[in-house]
Design a protein. Structure first.
Lengths: 680, 253
């Protein structure tokens, strides 16, 4: 690595970028102008709203059991002057429409309850979605409690009893979070996430411009003809993108801090004074941000360069980077939400860890150890991404490719006949299917569980997949692996499928402990199995839950996706990737692991036998087993022997585990002995 | 100066099967010699020239530069080569002076040397008028002159030019041919590919005819004409290509 060359490359990239108005604006103009004004206006509006609620008078409609009670109860409510009793002809509607804030109803006349030494039931009706209604509830509740406490004391004293005897516990709440923590929580949700997103945006345009842009303008080949090594070239580019991302981050951070100073000058009296101290001494915050943002900018720039290298032009690179931006922004924003804290696990997840560590500082501090761990983990991720980018740059098909891309067309004759699909074709089909399921299938299934699932599988999964295959004139048999398989293949499938099902089920209780399935989910899941017990409805259930997924999902996953992926990747990587997609397909965090695990033997089976049919049979078998267990069709002693602990005890069921392994092994042996080398 | 021995380059075809873009090509170019490559589109000329310019590693065979094997250290040896093609464009947001200075430093030239060469080349190629204007504002002809100045900036003993006359008008092309002739006279070895067969005939000492990745004929233009029993190189080209093998090859990167 020649330093003189690196500095020359870096200097040229920076000079070129500095002369590009678009990139310059995205880097400096956007954060300086747009972002602070949005923050300023947004926060001001929020504060003003809160203030109006707190200073405003709550409008309460009073309904009493006896009309005579109104003049007696009204003074209770209006004691502090923050509540006004109003009259409404239709109080419930007015409450819903926000014309009043609360309805207070007494259920008995005062003379028969409160004044007769008994208890007066009071009902408070409010609207939880309205800040003003909640504030009114709080006020009325407090006032009524004061009245009740005074009356209680009076009654006890009348009987000559010390009130303290009747209050063995006196609970007082003190909020220790303090103002710094509250303000920190609010800002903590926003600032770190925005910082990362803006840094990523700062890397976005330079990354596209310096790689795909250079390729498109035809200047990359000029560079490749010089004695500069590929490593020097990619390092120079990477350094440039890194510098630009860092400049963007710094400009943005300064803009944010500046905005807040201005903001505090304006309404300092309405905000917690202690919060200002965080800004008066922002050094710890800035230090942590500095320590974290440098490797973060390294990571983001190398990641983006690596992705952009696949693109042949500017537009293509932007298309590739858009999902990457989403992958960065979504976890950043989610990690910013209150309640998520820096645990050892999150320490090792890039982006999330950076957001969380900055948030921890704003919430009051972070240990040097935690900061160090996050730093090292981001740095490791950055180095990995740099290595990937450097490796890609060594490849001639990446740097010198000028093969045209296949056009996207809806006319069948635009496509030459083909006997394979690429991973990107498969992923495109997967994306379409997922969108259909998400927007249409989930709605159908919520309304009509079984028919909905049936329609989802055949019309939203199988049909679009086959339609695309027809459109691009793919050879169905070759693309799907739809060819005959020997009985041995099916036998291996039965062994593998049953075994894997038992093994994953054996760990079900353990997952339940770490990731308990909410009751609502369980009920919705169970609803699928509600039948009237007749043979016909049993057959319908079998068709929908066992057969349909086996046919439709196997075509998509072990057919189109798996065969597409094996064209570009090694078989085991393809099998793993498709299994992860298969897990994601089920759209449930609780079912992700079991289904993804099941995907692996199915993919293995399809690859070894070269046919889709054994994995279809196996899939149907596994679903039938799950169905039989859920419906209690398996004899109780067998169920008990397999899962002796019952579903509530968090331990691995040895019976199921050992039987499962005992079935998987012969399945693997059959596949390895009979089918090794026959796979495509 | 340049020896290429049984060069081969294989790409992955559309269906995953290997596709030889160049195979078994052996050629040598002496100092001061201008060697021209002709052949239909997709014959493998660009791939061959990229390998000769040490930008692509051959999958078969070897390249020797001034008697030196290039296998291990192709990066440093690119210093001896000036390469230009239709794809070696210039940075639009930089000026010719900045571009020459940038590439000069990449070739390891000292600041003083770069300045001297810039003055020299500005004189030869008439760059003075636009030396400090951004390249995005220059005309095609002006850009071509800057491009050539960039190629010869470090005074390389071997020039590799892939379709250098593409998109040039008659006058600019003529200036380019003039320059190539001069380079040859100064002892620089030149390998170039061009679709203008008549220009190749007058410009080059020797010619290689490529078809479907192979060198189907090689020698002095007159020798090739004799071999194909044709009156001129153009007819010889057509006869050799359409006669020897059917159709045109599949286009390869």
């Amino acid at each position: 690595m020649n330093w003189r060359v690196l500095i020359t490359l870096l200097g040229k990239e920076l000079l070129e970028t500095a002369r590009d108005r678009r990139t310059l604006f995205m880097m400096i103009g956007l954060p300086v102008l747009l972002y602070p004004s949005v923050l300023l206006i947004g926060t001001q509006v929020a504060v003003l709203r809160q203030e109006r609620v707190e200073k405003g008078v709550s409008r309460v409609h009073l309904e009493t059991a006896s009309l005579l009670d109104v003049p007696l109860i009204r003074p209770w409510l209006e004691a502090t002057g923050k509540i006004m009793v109003v009259y409404s002809t239709d109080p419930r509607r007015d409450l819903r429409e926000g014309k009043i804030d609360l309805i207070a109803t007494t259920k008995a006349p005062l003379s028969e309850s409160f004044f007769a030494g008994k208890s007066l039931p009071v009902e408070l009706l409010y609207d939880v979605t309205e800040q003003r209604s909640l504030e009114a509830l709080d006020r009325v509740d407090k006032l009524l409690k004061d009245v009740a406490e005074r009356e209680q004391r009076r009654r006890l004293e009348n009987r000559g009893i010390d009130p303290a005897e009747f209050m063995p516990l006196k609970v007082t709440r003190v909020d220790l979070a303090g103002n710094v923590k509250v303000a920190g929580a609010i800002l903590g949700a926003l600032l770190p996430a925005l910082l990362i997103i803006i840094t990523a945006l700062g890397a976005f345009y330079p990354a596209v411009d310096l790689t795909a842009g250079e390729k498109e303008r035809g200047t990359l080949e000029t560079l490749l003809s010089t004695p500069v090594t590929r490593s020097e070239l990619v390092t120079g580019k990477f350094l440039a993108v890194f510098c630009l991302a860092l400049v963007t981050a710094v400009v943005n951070l300064l803009a944010q801090l500046g905005t807040m100073y201005v903001f505090f000058g304006q309404i300092s009296d309405t905000l917690p004074g202690a919060f200002a101290s965080l800004l008066r001494n922002p050094l710890p915050l800035l230090t942590v941000i500095g320590v974290i943002m440098v490797p973060m900018a390294l990571f983001l720039s190398s990641l983006m360069i690596a992705v952009c290298l696949f693109a042949r032009g500017f537009r293509e690179a932007q298309t590739y980077l858009t999902p990457v931006m989403l992958l960065i922004a979504a976890p950043a924003l989610i990690a910013g939400m209150p309640g998520i804290r820096l645990t050892p696990f999150w320490t090792f997840v890039p982006v999330v860890n950076a957001v969380l560590v900055v948030k921890e500082v704003m919430l009051g501090g972070v240990s040097a150890q935690a900061l160090f761990s996050v730093f090292v983990s981001i740095l490791a991720a950055a180095l990995f991404a740099i290595a990937c980018a450097a490796w890609l740059f060594q490849r001639e098909e990446v740097t010198l490719a000028d093969e045209p891309v296949l056009p996207l067309s809806l006319r069948r004759k635009d496509y030459p006949p083909r006997d394979f699909l690429t991973p990107s074709h498969g992923l495109a089909i997967f994306g379409v299917v997922m969108a259909l399921i998400f927007y249409l299938g989930s709605v159908l299934q919520a309304r009509w569980p079984l028919p909905g699932l049936f329609v989802t599988e055949w019309l939203l999964v199988l049909f679009p997949a086959l339609a695309v295959l027809w459109l691009v004139r793919a050879d169905f048999r070759a693309v799907l692996g739809a060819k005959r398989a020997s009985p041995a293949a099916f036998l291996a499938g039965v062994l593998l499928g049953t075994g894997t099902f038992l093994v994953t089920a054996a760990f079900g209780a353990v997952q339940e402990r770490f990731l308990p399935m909410p009751e609502a989910f369980r009920e919705a899941y169970q609803r699928f199995f509600d039948t009237d017990g007749s043979v016909l409805s049993g057959a319908w259930l079998f068709l929908v839950v066992a057969v349909s997924p086996a046919v439709c999902e196997e075509v998509l996953f072990r057919g189109i996706l798996l065969r597409g992926f094996t064209r570009r990747f090694r078989p085991w990587i393809a099998a793993l990737a498709v299994s992860v997609l298969f897990g994601l397909f089920h759209l449930s965090i609780f079912r992700f692991l079991p289904t993804a695990l099941l995907g692996i033997p199915l993919a293995y089976l399809a690859l070894r036998t070269g046919s889709l049919f054994p994995s279809m049979l196996t899939h149907a078998l596994v679903n039938s087993l799950a169905l039989a267990l859920s419906m209690g069709l398996v004899p109780a002693p067998v169920t008990y022997w397999l899962f002796p602990a019952g579903p509530d005890v968090a331990r691995v069921s040895e019976g199921a585990l050992f039987l499962g392994i005992g079935l998987v092994l012969p399945g693997v042996v059959i596949l390895e002995r009979r089918f090794r080398g026959t796979s495509p | 100066m340049l020896e290429a021995i049984r060069l081969g380059k294989v790409f992955r075809g559309r269906r995953g099967s290997p596709l030889w873009a160049v195979r078994g090509v052996t050629l040598s170019v002496r100092k001061g010699e201008v060697y021209g490559l002709i052949g239909p589109n997709g014959a493998g000329k660009t791939t061959l020239l990229r390998m000769i310019a040490l930008m692509m590693r051959p999958d078969e065979g070897e390249i020797r530069l001034a008697g030196q094997a290039t296998g291990d250290a192709p990066d440093a040896l690119r210093r001896k080569i000036g390469f230009a093609s239709g794809n070696t464009r210039l940075y639009g947001r930089l000026t010719p002076r900045e571009i020459l200075s940038f590439f000069g430093r990449l070739y390891g030239m000292s600041r003083r040397l770069i300045e001297r060469r810039t003055v020299e080349l500005s004189g030869i190629f008439g760059l003075d008028a636009f030396l400090d204007a951004r390249c995005e504002t220059l005309s095609t002809g002006q850009l071509q002159r800057v491009s050539i100045a960039r190629v010869v900036l470090h005074d390389p003993p071997l020039l590799v030019l892939d379709e250098p006359a593409n998109g040039l008008d008659v006058l600019t092309s003529e200036a380019l041919f003039q320059f190539i002739r001069h380079a040859g006279e100064r002892g620089v070895a030149v390998v170039l590919s061009m679709h203008q067969v008549s220009a190749i005939e007058t410009l080059c000492h020797r010619v290689g005819l490529m078809h479907q990745g192979r060198l189907v004929a090689q020698g002095e233009p007159e020798a090739i004409c004799r071999q194909a029993d044709a009156p001129d190189l153009r007819s010889a080209f057509i006869r050799l290509v359409s006669g020897s093998v059917d159709g045109t090859g599949e286009s390869v990167p």
